[in-house]
Design a protein around this ligand. Structure first.
Ligand code: GLV
Length: 327
């Protein structure tokens, strides 16, 4: 019997790719940049499975071309690049890689938070560019205390909860906003559930951990930014479009808030003329929150596990659209 065909849209780590190559008739896009849409469309024509990245738009146009497609195995936890509803309608399984990247991503939210609060990037630049002219000065690069401050976590799922656990070590007061109560967070960390506006008004650090959906698009807009304290910081390593970037620029420029740490942007890669990049009170990164050797390798293994399970007739361990089982 011939092996099922898989198109892999990038070189994912070898630990997963090896299994995929062994088990399937595999084609891989070897360039660093994502395959253009027309290349995806051409390459999915006769495949049984697609292993995708968050930068690939997988929509009805792709599904129309991929007449044999049975499963899309995403190398990420977020699946906002995939039209999951349309996949379900067509009986196509969608899987992702949750759990394994939780701690790594939470670590990075903290890296951004600490960096912006204590001005680490500005400090580094100052030393390297010969601007460190006075050995020590009482008001050199003053930042804000993290320890003992209030953190507001928007979205207390796996990653948000992991960020909250770290906050406990910094003796912080923890507020969270979530559609459902999280008794464990409340019991173990003393976290308090509040509505979004109350969280924005009371927090010194606000960290966003919600998926991008129609409901969360521009959830943090001008009105919400104006509720924040002038001394507060916004951290986003979920999806760029949850924050209205234009409003955020205005907020940072005009001092409605103190700073921001961003790993994600409305458009990625963000253009180098994005005005946010001109501001010293913004720390940026190129969407690398889950990028550790261990986590990325494990994510690739999970992509392989999901594909193998599906073609062995089992329910893939990380099925996103469970409704597909009824179709
Ligand atoms: C990364 O952003 C992911 O969704 O895994």
């Amino acid at each position: 019997m011939s092996k099922p065909k898989v198109y892999v849209t990038r070189e994912i780590p070898e630990r997963g790719l090896k299994t995929i190559r062994e088990r399937f008739d595999t084609e891989v896009w070897h360039e660093c940049a994502p395959p253009p849409k027309e290349v995806i469309i051409k390459n999915v024509r006769d495949v049984d499975a697609l292993a995708s990245l968050l930068s690939d738009k997988i929509d009805a146009e792709v599904f129309d071309a991929a007449t044999e497609l049975k499963i899309v195995a995403q190398f990420a936890v977020g699946v906002d690049n995939i039209d999951v509803k349309e996949a379900t309608r067509r009986g196509i399984y969608v899987t992702n890689t949750p759990g394994v990247l939780t701690e790594t991503t939470a670590d990075f939210a903290w890296a951004l938070l600490m960096a912006v609060a204590r001005r680490v990037v500005e400090a580094d630049k100052r030393v390297r560019t010969g601007q460190w002219k006075v050995g020590w000065h009482p008001s050199m690069l003053l930042g804000r205390d993290v320890c003992g401050a209030t953190i507001g976590i928007v979205g207390a799922g796996r990653i948000g909860s992991a960020v909250a656990r770290r906050a406990k070590g910094f003796n912080m007061k923890i507020l969270y906003h979530s559609p459902s109560a999280k008794p464990k967070l409340e019991r173990k960390l003393g976290a308090k559930r509040v509505d979004l506006d109350a969280l924005l008004k009371a927090s010194d650090f606000i960290s966003i951990h919600v998926p991008l959906t129609k409901q969360t698009y521009h959830m943090i807009n001008e009105e919400k930014l104006r509720l924040m304290k002038k001394t507060a910081y916004l951290i986003n390593n979920s999806r760029g479009a949850i924050v209205d970037e234009k409003a955020l620029y205005q907020a940072l420029k005009e001092g409605w808030i103190a700073g921001a740490g961003l790993d994600v942007f409305e458009r990625e890669p963000t253009p180098v003329d994005n005005l946010l990049l001109k501001l010293d009170n913004v720390v940026v990164a190129p969407h690398i929150s889950s990028s550790s050797h261990e986590t990325r390798s494990r994510m690739a293994e999970m992509v392989a596990e999901n594909l193998v399970a599906f073609f062995e007739g089992r329910v893939p361990p990380n099925l996103v659209n469970r409704e597909v089982l009824e179709s």
